[in-house]
Design a protein around this ligand. Structure first.
Ligand SMILES: Cc1cc2nc3c(=O)[nH]c(=O)nc-3n(C[C@H](O)[C@H](O)[C@H](O)COP(=O)(O)O)c2cc1C
Length: 139
């Protein structure tokens, strides 16, 4: 059984849509930060927060990990790397002994994305798949 954990920010909600294509239970990292319209301002603000590794305010879903074999992590690529909300989530909730599927949504720049999960997931987990979507299309 899959637990699908996602974060999505843009008005297109790409990661939300991608998350919904997986079977299993779906959990959102709900953003409690001030909402800003416009891609440019979000890129600026969250790009900066990503750079300085700033803490962000979101709801941590209550997941009973014993119920799941696979954990699917879906989020937008930010500054070429793991999304700041997903990073903070994985630091708060270091699940163990799972098969992980890492999924990214981006506009084309994702060179360091999968590598940036190294050290974030507990070593007892095994990454079984890495999937990238560019402009909504699976590569
Ligand atoms: C702060 C920030 C940084 C971003 N950095 C990148 C990036 O490095 N590479 C890229 O291809 N897209 C980048 N994007 C674009 C998003 O990753 C892309 O539009 C994604 O599909 C949005 O997913 P969402 O709809 O789930 O939020 C960035 C967007 C924001 C807000």
């Amino acid at each position: 059984m899959n637990a699908v954990i996602y974060f999505s920010l843009s008005k297109d909600l790409n990661s939300k849509r991608i998350a919904s294509t997986y079977d299993g239970d779906i959990f959102e990292l709900v953003n409690n930060e001030k909402k800003r319209k416009g891609k440019g301002i979000n890129m600026f603000v969250y790009g900066y927060k990503t750079m300085i590794n700033k803490d962000v305010d979101f709801d941590v879903p209550d997941i009973d990990f014993d119920r799941y074999d696979n954990i699917v992590l879906v989020s937008p690529v930010w500054a070429g790397k793991v999304n700041l909300f997903m990073k903070k989530y994985l630091e708060k909730v270091p699940f163990k002994n799972k098969k992980a599927i890492i999924v990214g949504s981006c506009d084309g720049g994702y060179k360091n994305y999968f590598k940036s999960y190294e050290g974030l997931l507990d070593e007892s987990n095994k990454v079984i798949e890495e999937v990238i979507y560019v402009k909504g299309e699976k590569k």
